[in-house]
Design a protein. Sequence first.
Length: 244
Amino acid sequence: MTMADQENLPERGAPVARRAMLGMLGAGVAGVAAAPWLQRGWENFLGAASQADPTGLTGVLPNPGGFRYYSVVGSVPRKDARTYRLKVNGLVDRPRTYTLDDLRALPQKRLVRDVLCTDGWRVADTPFEGVLLSDLLDAAGVRPEGKAIYFTCFDGVYTESLTLDQARRPDMLVALKMQDKPVSHEHGGPVRLYAAPMYFYKSAKWLSGITVTDEVIPGYWEEYGYDVDGWLDGADRRGDAQAA
Ligand SMILES: Nc1nc2c(c(=O)[nH]1)N[C@H]1C(S)=C(S)[C@@H](COP(=O)(O)O)O[C@H]1N2
Ligand SMILES: [Mo]
């Protein structure tokens, strides 16, 4: 059964996907461990599997690439340079909608940090590159009553938040690249947030909206008890901390 079929048959698709996935595991793990060049395919497979199986089974699968693919919804529309839009609005003087080319034309910043999920997995030294969130906020002109940022995603469900001070840090990116390649669909492309000093759940994938609000509106996981400030252990928590 192809992915396209599963999307048309959401009720019946998940069990089939789960069985197919477990079947592939036996053959897959050893093969991938012995053949690092297949990793890309394995990651794509995990991405596809998590799309077909939002119940989280993929969260327990080993992934030699380090990343585990997360989506709280079963399928996310694909966006490209023609269809992608990022809205910056809320308590700002100059609301604006950016295309992917608009974002590419702005100064880009590259950061290399360890990525950590609250589940315990870590991927060392992962490069992210994109536009400083603070540049977009400056361009929009945050009004004095603006105190926080609310992020929305084109999966239609996931949300995140930052205080304005956190958002203005020089290690908060609207990322266009991850691992020195355009952010893939599975990783939240074409544009995702990269909140470097925080747990990876703060880095909203499939970013579609940046709204300035007068207070923090807790994001998706935070409604389930995750810390609204997702600071990593040892992070310099100052609002204006340097991205050293
Ligand atoms: N839109 C959206 N963003 C999201 C998530 C999600 O489910 N949906 N999961 C978060 C969590 S818990 C993690 S660990 C990372 C995973 O990113 P990855 O799939 O690129 O590894 O994305 C974060 N951003
Ligand atoms: Mo996560």
